[in-house]
Design a protein around this ligand. Structure first.
Ligand code: ADP
Ligand code: MG
Length: 217
């Protein structure tokens, strides 16, 4: 492990996850030394003398935590389901960055046709869900702007996360099926959980107490 045993590194990503995590971390006495939005820094000291925070891409959080480059991290369930790394425990559902994974298309699209083309960045989850629900599909892997795919004939449908549905609506797409509810999870490196229990447990307890509804998994 690359970090000293008396120190704790937490991996977060900018945007919704940072916004949702900051109040929970603050309840555990962990506040950023400066506002990350005003900074290009990726590594931040905090008000907790033993804790530092990394700000990285949302999809990289499981990798950092799995390899012990960070002891703890916050990642969306959508990201965790797509990831192959397994060096961490999924400890708590933080109930932040909540959204839904949906199958969407133009209203007139025939989803019953053989070899339905689906554009998504959630390749694994899409394959699993479609196999379980009798859709014969071909996956077109995209990294963003999925909504465009059905409009330009790249795909018949998309699988993407949605909160209000505004982006889908603005692009003339409708929800055809709800795949699952998504929220962000607190993940902890397996070795850190053993070696740094004394540091991790009190933080988890305070985070848990600060949540509106205490949900652990
Ligand atoms: P990225 O664009 O790198 O995936 P985001 O900040 O957009 O990073 O998303 C981080 C996490 O927030 C996602 O993995 C997902 O769990 C959740 N999320 C993504 N889009 C939405 C949304 N529209 N509403 C709520 N949560 C979302
Ligand atoms: Mg995004």
């Amino acid at each position: 492990m690359s970090v000293e045993s008396g120190k704790l590194t937490i991996a977060l990503s900018k945007g919704r996850i940072l916004k949702g995590s900051l109040p929970l971390l603050a309840a555990a006495g962990i506040e950023l030394s400066e506002a990350p939005a005003d900074s290009r820094k990726l590594l931040f000291a905090t008000s907790h003398p033993q804790v530092r925070i990394l700000i990285i891409r949302a999809s990289d959080v499981p990798t950092f935590v799995s390899y012990g480059a960070a002891d703890m991290g916050v990642a969306g369930k959508d990201v965790l389901l797509e990831n192959d790394v397994s060096g961490f425990y999924e400890m708590m559902d933080l109930q932040i960055a909540r959204c839904r994974l949906v199958l969407a298309s133009r209203p007139d699209a025939d989803l019953g046709k053989p070899c339905l083309k689906i554009a998504t960045k959630y390749v694994k989850t899409t394959r699993d869900w479609c196999a379980a629900h009798g859709y014969q599909i071909e996956v077109v892997r995209l990294y963003g702007s999925m909504e465009l795919a059905p409009l330009v004939g790249l795909a018949d449908a998309i699988v993407d996360v949605m909160e209000s549905g505004n982006t889908l609506r603005e692009n003339g797409l409708v929800v055809r099926d709800h795949i699952m509810g998504i929220s962000s999870r607190l993940i902890i490196n397996r070795a850190s959980m053993k070696v740094k229990t004394g540091l991790i447990k009190p933080i988890m307890k305070k985070i848990s107490a600060a949540m509106p509804d205490e949900v652990t998994c």
